[in-house]
Structure formats: C-alpha cells, structure tokens
Design a protein around this ligand. Structure first.
Ligand code: NAD
Length: 425
C-alpha cells in the first residue's frame, strides 16, 4: 500500500474536523491552501546548491511561527504539511501565532561546519524580506539547533541594521533565548501526562514507560518522567535500543551515549568491561527500534520519526497510553486501530506543543527586552498546557471523539473564527 504523504494526512483530519464543524467548501479550501510559498536555490561558498523553502500557511491568529528543517526529505510537500500543522498546534494551545515552516533539502551529515553556517546565512539572505518578529518567526527543527539560530539572527540583524532578537526563537540564552526552552517540548508533554494519569486514578510509580528516540524530546521526557517516579524500561536512538524491566536511570544512559556514541554501543562497552556498572544502566538487553514499539509497557512515547506506528504494527502495541512527542508518529490507520483498542493517544499537536509555547515566551521576552526566571517560564507553560488539555478532554468527552479529533476541531474552530473576524471568509 502506498504511504500517504504528511500533507494528505493533514487533509484527511481537516476534512474530518470540517464535517464536525459543518464548514463550507469555500472555507475548507482556504484551510487547505498556504497563504504564501517562498522557494529559492541557495549556494554555499564551496559551490554546493540546495533548495530552500519557507511556507507561510496561515496568519489569521498572529505572525507565522515554525521551525526550519535541514533534511534530505525536507521537500516542499513535507514543509507545507508541517506549516499547516504549526497553525493547528498554535491554535490548540491558544497562543496568538499562526503557522509556518522552513526547510533546506540537504544532508547535514555530509556538510562541514562552515557549509552549515553558509546555508544558514544564505537561507536568511533570501527570506529576510518575509520574516520578522511581527511577521514570521522561525525556530530550530530537525538538524537545526541554537547555534544555527545564532548565525541566522546575526545575518538578519546585519541586513536590517538593528537589534531584532525576536525574529527567531530557540536561540542560545546569551543571544536572547528563554530559560526552559531546551526541555520545553518534553516538559509540556509531561505536564499533560501527569494530569491525565491523575484523572484516571493512576500513580507514576505504578507505570512503565518506553521511549523511542533519545534526542531533545526523548531524553528530556525520560529524564523528567524518571524524576517523577515513572519506571523507564526501554529507550532507543537511531542505532537501536535497550530494555530492562526493572527500570533504568536516563542520566546514566545519556552519559553512556555521550561517551560511546549510541545507547547500544554504551551497553556493549559495559558488557565488554570497558566501563564500570555504575556509569551505565542496570543489566539491560538489546532491543530493536521496531521491538520497542511493541513491548509490554503502560506508556509508549514515540519521540523520533514520523510514520513509525502504522497499520502493520498498531495491533501489536501493548501500551495503554501513547504520548506523541514526535510530529506525526502515527498514520491515520494506526490511529483508528488504537481507537478501536481503547488505547489513549495524546496527539502531537498537544503533546509536543510545549516547544512552541516556550518559543512564544521567548518572543514576548525579546519584544519587551525583559527576561523571566525558569520558575516563571515553567508556571506559565504548565498553565497553558493544562488549560488546553482541559478544553480538549471536555470536548472529547462531550462529543465522544478521540483527543486528536477534539484538538483539531477546537483548533480549526479558533482559526476559522479569526478568519471570519478579519472578513477573510
Ligand atoms: P533530535 O535530533 O534531538 O533527536 C532525535 C532522536 O531520534 C535521536 O536520538 C536519534 O538518534 C533518534 N532517531 C533517529 N532515527 C531513529 C530511528 N529510526 N529510530 C529510533 N530513534 C531514531 O530531535 P528532537 O528535537 O528530539 O525531535 C524528535 C521529534 O520530536 C521530531 O519528530 C520533532 O519534529 C519532534 N518535536 C521536537 C520538538 C523540539 O522542541 N525538540 C518540538 C516539537 C516536535
């Protein structure tokens, strides 16, 4: 069966929400169509050429907001889908921003540091007329990071001839980044998970967790959940994973990965006697990235790639809760199977919205030139995440729909209302 593109998946859930909201064809057409697509060829000083994009999907609720992805598969279709989902995500958590996304179709692993800097600056040289703190605010995404944001900010301010830190978020703290941005995506998801398990009468210490992906989202999620008493029984990165039903300490795994390159290499080093037992986890087994999705656990957290849970493996999932920290880890077919099997899916547009929420805080702090403490950031993040979750869970109970459907319907309703008030529809 042909795999649906991320944009086709967006259209499917949009049409589902449109039916529930009884939207007209003209309105649906507007929600399917990006406002603007900017597309250029950019070149490094070594003469390598790449396609560069910025898709500005919808700004009815505020300036466009969304990351920039450097990846071989970051083509216009993928960037368009991610831009649409950013508009939905900002509306889900009810922050005054729209949706956009950028990309450069390149293989970062084949580029050196200078070429990465060249690409970052070249992207800004082309996009500078279209971005700005009150226009469109990019941020990091796959294979872009605070350092890349630093180069981009520098290039933008050089072009504009003034200080404008709010043009980009996810910056290093020294350049106007926000406290709490590093762990924000995972932290936002954890606030929701803690609230959800309280609602269903469960306690962290009685629940086991498996996390696929051990980068920004996955590592921080494992670490924060461990600190709340959840038992982390399996984690993986791109090379594969490890499993221990007694539970593991994510900090030890992080240190082992840092020293040996991957989670499994760290375990192998321990088995070979190259590191002492304390510097890694207890006595885990190797597990593949496919197996981790199907192991016996209470909570499964896909925090790496999109499309990993499909019609082929969804029936084999044993977790009762899935927290989608990655963007789009489930196909719509898998989603239907989880609904049938009474598995609760906390959808990506809510579960990982902590990242964009703290990006919004960063923008606010930059505009005010007044900075908040970590406690202030956490308090505001918790408030926004729990308010959004409460709205969604109430709607899902009232209308007897999944959390994903409830989140989409509420978000589409908010976007449509803003477009109506502007007289656009
Ligand atoms: P990252 O690059 O920091 O980490 C990705 C992790 O996934 C790495 O540990 C990598 O080894 C692992 N990985 C790669 N291929 C894998 C595979 N085949 N199987 C298992 N693991 C694999 O990226 P991140 O920022 O943590 O993002 C992860 C996901 O979360 C993405 O879908 C991203 O769009 C989403 N997300 C991240 C943020 C954020 O603020 N970081 C915000 C919203 C959504």
């Amino acid at each position: 069966m042909l795999k649906k593109s991320p944009f086709e998946n967006y259209l499917e859930i949009l049409s589902d929400s449109a039916k529930i909201l009884n939207l007209s064809d003209a309105v649906i057409e507007k929600l399917k169509t990006p406002n603007k697509i900017h597309q250029y060829e950019i070149e490094t000083s070594t003469g390598k050429k790449f396609n560069a994009y910025r898709v500005q999907f919808n700004n009815a609720r505020g300036p466009y907001k969304g990351g920039i992805r450097f990846h071989p598969e970051a083509d216009i279709q993928e960037v368009k889908a991610l831009a649409a989902l950013m508009a939905i995500k900002c509306a889900v958590v009810n922050i005054p921003l729209g949706g956009g996304k950028g990309g450069v179709q390149c293989s970062p692993k084949e580029l050196n540091a200078e070429e990465m800097q060249d690409i970052s600056r070249a992207w800004v040289q082309k996009m500078a007329p279209f971005i700005g703190p009150r226009q469109d605010i990019p941020a990091p995404d796959v294979y872009t990071n605070p350092q890349i944001m630093g180069y981009m900010l520098d290039e933008y301010e050089k072009i504009k001839g003034k200080s404008l830190p709010g043009v980009i978020t996810g910056k290093p703290i020294e350049l106007g980044g926000s406290q709490g941005r590093g762990a924000a995506t995972a932290q936002g998801g954890v606030y929701i998970l803690l609230d959800y398990i309280k609602r269903i009468g469960k306690k962290p210490e009685d629940l086991t967790v498996a996390v696929q992906g051990f980068g920004n989202a996955g590592y921080h999620a494992a670490s924060i959940l461990h600190s709340h008493g959840f038992k982390i029984i399996a984690v993986s990165d791109s090379k594969g994973g490890i499993y221990d039903k007694k539970g593991m300490n994510p900090e030890n795994i992080f240190n082992g990965k840092k020293q040996f390159g991957s989670i499994q290499d760290a375990l192998q080093a321990k088995l070979d006697g190259k590191i002492c037992a304390e510097s890694t986890c207890c006595s885990p087994d190797f597990i593949s990235n496919e197996e981790i999705l199907e192991i016996e656990c209470d909570i499964l957290i896909p925090a790496a790639l999109d499309g990993v849970l499909t019609i082929d493996n969804a029936e084999k999932v044993k977790a009762s809760i899935i927290l989608e920290l990655a963007n789009g880890p489930l196909t719509p077919d898998a989603d239907n199977i989880f609904e049938k099997n009474n598995i609760t899916v906390i959808p990506d547009v809510l579960a990982n919205a902590g990242g964009v929420t703290v990006s919004y805080f960063e923008l606010v702090q930059n505009i005010q030139n007044f900075y908040w403490t970590e406690e202030e950031v956490q308090g505001r993040l918790k408030n926004i995440m729990l308010t959004a979750f409460s709205d969604i869970i109430d709607f899902s109970i009232e209308k007897k729909v999944t959390l994903r459907r409830a989140a989409f319907v509420l978000a589409v309703q908010r976007i449509v209302k803003a477009m109506e008030l502007r007289g656009q529809i």
